[in-house]
Design a protein around this ligand. Structure first.
Ligand code: FMN
Length: 200
């Protein structure tokens, strides 16, 4: 095994989803460099299918939070909440969005074609994991989220994506405050087996 391969294996196995971060700013140049490198993920469309929207300034984070909150009102997340509970949730979301150094939304192209759409999501997930690993390499924590607002077409439009793009996830980045313990992975023999010749 080469040294580079060992480094990659360590990077993959040591990376953890980080949900609690410092609010120390992360230079945007660092993030742009990471995105440039992450874009070497494989893809099977004519051009890379992914697109990214970043919230790094106070104004951008406020707008992102407001769009999320509008979406949650629209799709009925707060239907069973009292006004008091809704205000509490609103405040905790506001704190989260405004306190996270960098948030980004990652979308993929939609082709309205089963195989092409499958490939586009696959490629975009590879791209997202590249971002997580490249962040981890620089001690930047990331959480990949699939909260309900990403499935809201009105939110997708409001945040600036085209109608032929859909959001695959959000990433929230910051220097780790707390790194959780690894979730144990299943033993190989529970999910790997040789192809059963003539199984049918
Ligand atoms: C497609 C996808 C969606 C995820 N969505 C969320 C989410 O909405 N909220 C969250 O806290 N973590 C989310 N995660 C992070 C997982 O919970 C995390 O990867 C998992 O617990 C394993 O932990 P590890 O990344 O530290 O190995 C998501 C991960 C993936 C791959």
């Amino acid at each position: 095994m080469t040294e580079a391969m060992q480094t990659l294996a360590t990077l993959i196995t040591s990376r953890r989803t980080v949900r609690q971060t410092e609010n120390t700013p992360i230079p945007l140049e660092t993030i742009y460099k990471i995105l440039e490198q992450a874009a070497y993920a494989p893809f099977h469309s004519e051009v890379e299918p992914w697109a990214v929207k970043i919230a790094s300034t106070e104004q951008e984070k406020k707008f992102f939070f407001q769009c999320v909150f509008n979406s949650y009102e629209r799709i009925g997340i707060f239907e069973s909440h009292t006004d008091e509970k809704k205000e509490k949730v609103r405040e905790s979301y506001r704190e989260y969005f405004e306190g996270t150094p960098i948030s980004m939304l990652i979308a993929t192209d939609v082709f309205d074609h089963e195989k092409k759409d499958f490939e586009a999501v696959g490629a975009t997930c590879a791209f997202i994991q590249n971002i997580q690993l490249l962040c981890w390499e620089q001690n930047i924590g990331a959480v990949w989220r699939t909260n309900p607002y990403i499935f809201d077409a009105e939110f997708t439009k409001e945040i600036g994506f085209r109608s032929n793009q859909k959001i695959v996830g959000s990433l929230h980045l910051g220097y780790p405050q707390q790194v959780p313990k690894a979730k144990e992975r299943r033993a190989l023999d529970q999910w790997v087996s040789s192809i059963q010749v003539g199984a049918k």
